[in-house]
Design a protein around this ligand. Structure first.
Ligand code: NDP
Length: 287
């Protein structure tokens, strides 16, 4: 079997056209959605992510505000900036680009974002709501994965979903979201004994580790849907995922490429969450 390649770029593009129409509708009501991005330091990967997020905002008419703070910023200064943005009427979504320098503890920072402006969905209140199955901001990468599954017509209910990786920003919320969609969910992580035993049982396999080629054909069930979240750079600077794409595509039913799979969806969901935040703040219906 040769897998169907999930074209995240094309799916994201189609969604962005719809989101642009939503922004146009909001503008007619006098509301321009605004996203504030706080960047600390000059990590090259973070600079690229922030540039891409702001470009995507501009393309669909969302206003974006960048606050670049020095690497040496204190937790107090960062919190003061967040509090200022919490009260800014032009700002509907606030995003603190991670990772933060080692002297800043994200646990002291992220909960200071107003939950209604928490477009990354990392606030403990919103994480708790996701766990309780309530409507809330869902972290962008897991949300993007759920949209990809919908787009390829994958029925999640009753399926066995295996999530490799348990970070708070990808693995845990991805598994929780799939559980909310009535999958049976297994989490694997670096201490899992016999990873292959679990991954080869998956109807839906989500891999979010940051370990190139961790998953080969032997880890995958024939016909499985394989979603590769990993972003790694090889010696020549080429981007690769956590899945051995060439090998696994001969066995899976569907597979996401890297780049061009999950990545474009993550930014698209950030745009979507920002529009939802603007609607919620202005008490408009939130689907
Ligand atoms: P983290 O480093 O926070 O988490 C990695 C997870 O993988 C941990 O839970 C870790 O286990 C687990 N893990 C590591 N090695 C193994 C192994 N050998 N076997 C099984 N599990 C293992 O990373 P993130 O969740 O933030 O990101 C994961 C990957 O996804 C990265 O490559 C990142 O760049 C990418 N990413 C891509 C996005 C996109 O839009 N495409 C968005 C966000 C991230 P343990 O908990 O035991 O340490």
């Amino acid at each position: 079997m040769t897998a169907k390649i999930i074209d995240g770029k094309a799916i994201a593009q189609k969604l962005r056209e719809r989101l642009k129409r939503e922004v146009d509708d909001l503008k007619e009501k006098g509301i321009t959605p605004g996203l504030a991005v706080i960047l600390v330091g000059e990590d090259p990967a973070s600079l690229t992510y922030v540039r891409n997020k702001r470009k995507a905002c501009r393309e669909i008419g969302i206003r974006s505000f960048l606050f670049s703070l020095p690497e040496t910023v204190s937790e107090g200064e960062l919190v003061r900036k967040i509090e200022e943005l919490n009260g800014d009427e032009q700002v509907h979504g606030i995003l603190v680009q991670l990772p933060l320098p080692s002297h800043v503890n994200p646990a002291n920072i992220l909960p200071r974002i107003h939950p209604m402006k928490d477009v990354d969905g990392f606030h403990p209140l919103n994480a708790g709501k996701l766990m309780a199955g309530e409507k809330t901001f869902i972290p962008c990468t897991p949300l993007g994965i759920s949209v990809l599954l919908k787009e390829i017509g994958c029925r999640v209910e009753g399926k066995h979903a295996v999530v490799v990786g348990r970070s708070n920003i990808v693995g845990k919320p991805a598994g929780q979201l799939l559980l909310n969609m009535n999958a049976t969910v297994t989490y694997c992580h670096s201490k899992t004994a016999d990873l292959q035993k679990f991954t080869s049982m998956a109807d839906i396999l989500i891999v979010a580790c940051g370990k190139p080629n961790l998953i080969g054909a032997g880890h995958v069930k024939e016909g499985a849907v394989v979603i590769d979240v990993g972003i790694n750079r090889d010696e020549s600077g080429r981007l690769t995922g956590d899945v051995n794409f060439e090998e696994v595509k001969e066995k899976a039913g569907f597979i996401t490429p890297v780049p061009g799979g999950v990545g474009p969806m993550t930014i698209t969901m950030l745009l979507s969450n920002t529009i939802q935040a603007a609607k919620q703040i202005h008490r408009l219906p939130w689907p």
